[in-house]
Ligand binder design. Sequence first.
Ligand SMILES: [Zn+2]
Length: 488
Amino acid sequence: MTIHQEERQIQQSGRRGVEVPEALTGRMAPRFRVEGAAAAPVPAPRPVPIPVPVATGHRFLVYKQDPSVADLGVRLTFVPSVVLNGPADARARTDLAGTTPVARNASGDFVFAPNSPQFDCAHTFAVVRETIAMYERHNGGNPIPFAWNVGGNTDPITVFPHAGEGANAFYSRTAKALKFLFFTPQGQPPSSVLYTCRSLDIVSHETGHSVLDGLKPGWLSAGNPPQTGGLHESFGDLTAIFLALAQPDQAEAFVSLTKANLHDRSFLPELAEEFGKALGMPAGLRNADNDLKLSQVGNEVHAISQVFTGAIYDVLADVYLFETARQRRTKDLTVLLMEVAQGLCKLLFDAIVAAPATGALYVDVANKMLQISAGRGDPAIYRTFIRNRFAVREITTAATPLRDLMSGEMRMTDADYTGDGQDVTEVGPHDEHSASLRAEQDRSLCCGTMQMPEYQVVAPEKLARRGSLDDDDILRDELDELRRAFSK
Ligand SMILES: [Zn+2]
């Protein structure tokens, strides 16, 4: 028997509760060993063999939204891949001085008392892992390289759940890291520390930056137009919404709470609730269910990002309404919401992959969405929703008259509805002179990622070439100047 056959036999017999002979366990591949695990109880033998489950993995205890969203609280989640003590795997590792590596418990799971340092490590890792897994599903099941994964480099990203004091969090290509800070909100006693790592929205937002930097390495540079920066911030926020809607318990809680109305007030469009409240914003740090137009937001990147996020959120609500009317008698509304969200997330993902490598504008992504939607055979009304929502926010020209939308007379349930009979898949920018298309980027209100010096000074073309960055890249201009000065 080869080692491989032996492993299979061990795996199969182990799963059916038959004890693995001790002489063999020492030869088992590491993936079948669980450190510190006690011998499992032996269930009664079953007369009919049952199929061997395909998934290996571990249970993690996580906050489903964040500590302030009490309805959802903490739940177990299953990460269906092998995770080493740390937690660590091939794509992500965790670093918390004095705590990591965190060891799995006797059942092979990462389940710890909420708000303990071990819990924070396990929770943060699980949310990062789920975010990466969601986008890998949209990438045909294939891994998405981090920006530094070139020329055979396989370095993972390092997750720092307690990276230091501050009301922020960030992704850094130079550090190959996601860093989550903690702070005491103003007017609160010193004991009421708020950890950004405990928010699903914040962790998935920052992980979204790292995924997008892998897909579009040229987009993070401040040398791009403000709208390219807006796409990065918006992608982070939309990642948090799509990740929530990829989880059945969150989707079901949302459908029950809002009676399946995406425009009802809820935890879903409100981003980073606990963090927002600490800063005096009762409806979260940002709200995806907004009505902002480009002409109302100037060129500050964080404000601009909300216009794109709002347009996509409205498209999500439109498509869900249309599909609910079409399928409510044949499908559960929670399942339907998950399918609609997954379909829109995939459309956005593919449109971003197809968009320009540098200087991408909202209209570029909108046009790719229209073209890919037509190519994959979505009903024509999907494109009407996309055109309408981008046009009404003054992002694109209105190829379809907005008359029906604005008068509330749009035929939301007619699959072929295009307004005037034109299923246009190429639109232009609403205002060629918009500051968001060409001004210098103002990132003063963005998350920590957008304020990293590496993205402020390194040119988009240099970032677009991928690869890791070091301090010399960031200081390049200054060092060149010093060299010139010192060689005189
Ligand atoms: Zn951000």
